[in-house]
Write a protein that binds this ligand. Structure first.
Ligand code: AMP
Length: 192
């Protein structure tokens, strides 16, 4: 199964992905983590990525898609199933993902959308910023990231809803409670 964990910055994608990996053992890719690893290693790609990330902007689609393609190719176990965390973030990325998965006889099976109110998102990200060391977890950049989400990424909800793949999950409350809801939704799509 290919599962997309979808939601605004701070909605809990990383937290819930970690639980999903434990439960299902699928290959997990967080495009944000991949980019931050490049930054940490000081690579050319990392420098380019940092120039966007620190401003709260998205990495250009073609670059992001090339990176994703490469990581998946390096991990053949991903053919069994992937948890996509932070990808896709634009319609173009979503369409390219469909093509990429089709080449491996796969598809996006379900998109789990973690829905959290904006005030709560800001609070969570500011709190995370106290320990994350991330250049984008400060109020100015958080606001830019939320704008980018609202203007470029949120359209994917309707995109996947029209395909019958979007499942909204109330992303507030206990981590375990949210996870139980996610599992139920995934099981519903597994049998399709
Ligand atoms: P995240 O860790 O998912 O919050 O991502 C942190 C930052 O990495 C984002 O604000 C973007 O600058 C960049 N990024 C991560 N995933 C993508 C993506 N799919 N497309 C473009 N930029 C991305």
């Amino acid at each position: 199964m290919n599962i997309v964990i979808f939601g605004a910055p701070g909605s809990g994608k990383g937290t819930q992905s970690a639980l999903l990996i434990e439960e299902y053992g699928y290959y997990h890719i967080s495009t944000g983590d991949v980019l931050r690893a490049q930054i940490a290693q000081g690579t050319e790609l990392g420098k380019i990525a940092d120039s966007y990330i620190s401003k709260g902007q998205l990495i250009p689609d073609e670059l992001m898609i090339d990176i994703l393609d490469e990581v998946l190719a390096e991990h053949p176990e991903s053919a069994k199933g992937v948890i996509f965390d932070g990808f896709p973030r634009t319609i173009h990325q979503a369409e390219t993902l469909d093509a990429l998965l089709a080449k491996r006889n796969g598809k996006v099976d379900v998109v789990v959308g973690l829905e959290v109110e904006e005030e709560e998102l800001i609070e969570r990200l500011i709190n995370r910023g106290k320990t994350s060391g991330r250049s984008d977890d400060n109020l100015d950049t958080i606001k830019k990231r939320l704008d980018v989400y609202n203007n470029q990424t949120n359209v994917l909800r309707d995109h996947y809803k029209s395909q019958g793949k979007y499942e909204a999950v109330h992303g507030m409350g206990s981590i375990e409670g949210i996870f139980e809801n996610i599992k139920t939704l995934i099981e519903k799509h597994r049998s399709r």
